[in-house]
Design a protein around this ligand. Sequence first.
Ligand code: IPE
Ligand code: IPE
Ligand code: MG
Length: 252
Amino acid sequence: MQHDSSDKHAIQRPRHIAVVMDGNGRWATRRGLPRTAGHREGVKAVRAIVESSAERGVGTLTLFAFSSENWRRPRNEVSVLMSLFLTTLRSEVRRLVDNNVRLRFIGDRQVFSERLRVAMNQAEGDTRDCSGLNLVVAANYGGRWDIVQAARRISDQVLAGRMLPEDVTEHSLNDLTCLAGLPDPDLFIRTGGERRISNFLIWQMAYTELYFADCLWPDFDEAELDLALADFERRQRRFGQTGEQVIGRVDA
Ligand code: IPE
Ligand code: IPE
Ligand code: MG
């Protein structure tokens, strides 16, 4: 499938990297700072990974910024995260355009403030013609929500008589998920040491290579990204086949 076995020496690079940026709170707490200071520091790491991914020719970078479960946090932390989101959006769009980065958001944005929704639409519009890195920011996103909203939309089509139940396939359902039109993530990176997916892109990550880094998100720099890429390069992606088939020693 996505693995190119025709040239065994070609460097295997992910086309799409999905990242759970975890550990901001602990980064701050360890320094005796409020958790929100960690979120502010985390923004710098976002800027760095966007630029290093663009330089390395990654096609799509999806960042988990706020999960559908993060509303459960203390009210003050949620409100700082929302205002940080707004100020970052406003201050970073120019830099994204300069770096030819196209920004998109996934997640349920209905619950966000009017001001934030306007800024999100504006940023998407301003970067629409950028043809370099696709940057996808997941905000109020949940993998289960994504599957449910796709299922609802497909049921509407069936009810309206525009689709038959047998037209509901992995392909047609995928086309209604948030990342439709983009390749599935090849590499998942989670910082902060936890080994879990936390309801991120559960549909899209069926065959994604998982990489867990112990460093906290504000410490994730270019060198850490290169460690993840080097690890990915050594993975053999089999997609159900045998290792021998993948290296081409056995006929398909
Ligand atoms: C991830 O860092 C950022 C968001 C969820 C917005 P955390 O805030 O979860 O940091 P830890 O896990 O508490 O250290
Ligand atoms: C996942 O991190 C969400 C984001 C990074 C935005 P969490 O820190 O919220 O994950 P859990 O709750 O520890 O699994
Ligand atoms: Mg966390």
